[in-house]
Design a protein around this ligand. Structure first.
Ligand code: GAR
Length: 213
């Protein structure tokens, strides 16, 4: 059974989609938030999932927060760490610790529009397509090997909110499927790219992933 630890900052609708997908061979071992008032924590706790809140404001530095977060995560022996609306810039040490086993979802077609306000920026640019990206996390914000993308058409009269709502529906389909593929050993990072099939399986069998060799 693969252990998944999910990090959230707010409502956690992507976390809910992953929990409700009931991914074969995997269990959501814990949901951790950097904000004690994150609504998703109560939702997870009601379903018997272990939860924890680490208020980032209580730590003197980004490094100190990330160290405490890693300790909390590692107590659940994670095979995969899933960032689901976790709105924190992560230190390089933290991203290295979970290299090849930490996924993020971002509400744009990366590499376009990393960072905040993605839908506003897509509308300002007159984009005809918008969407979301699931990627492995690297030290660079909203970068890293791409696992999956979904696109929607931008419609006349779209607002940032209407676009966000349409993209969010897609996120809820894309993210559980990406997590399922990771848990099944169907994907892995090989030489900085996402490999699937036998190449992924071979890299998962070797003690040192070839991306680190
Ligand atoms: C989602 O749209 C996710 O893509 C985005 O935050 C939202 C969280 O919603 N993440 C980022 O912007 C990360 N850069 P949720 O809490 O309901 O899953």
């Amino acid at each position: 059974m693969k252990n998944i630890v999910i990090l959230i900052s707010g409502r956690g609708s992507n976390m809910q989609a992953i929990v409700e997908a009931g991914i074969p061979g995997a269990r959501v071992a814990a949901v951790i938030a950097n904000r004690p008032d994150a609504a998703g924590l109560a939702w997870a706790a009601e379903r018997g999932i272990a939860t924890a809140a680490l208020d980032h404001k209580a730590y003197a530095s980004r490094e100190a927060f990330d160290a405490a977060l890693a300790e909390t995560i590692d107590a659940h022996a994670p095979d995969l760490v899933v960032l689901a609306g976790f709105m924190r810039i992560l230190t390089e040490g933290f991203t290295r610790r979970y290299e090849g086993r930490m996924l993020n979802i971002h509400p744009s077609l990366l590499p376009a529009f990393p960072g905040l306000h993605t839908h506003e920026r897509a509308l300002e640019m007159g984009c005809k397509l918008a969407g979301c990206t699931v990627h492995f996390v690297t030290a660079e914000l909203d970068h890293g090997p791409i696992v999956a993308q979904g696109a929607v058409s931008v419609l006349d009269g779209d607002t940032p909110d209407s676009l966000a709502a349409r993209v969010l529906k897609l996120e809820h389909q894309l993210y559980p499927e990406a997590v399922r593929r990771f848990a099944a050993g169907e994907i892995a990072v090989v030489d900085g790219k996402v490999a699937s099939g036998p190449e992924a399986a071979a890299s998962l069998l070797s003690p040192v992933p070839s991306s680190k060799a």
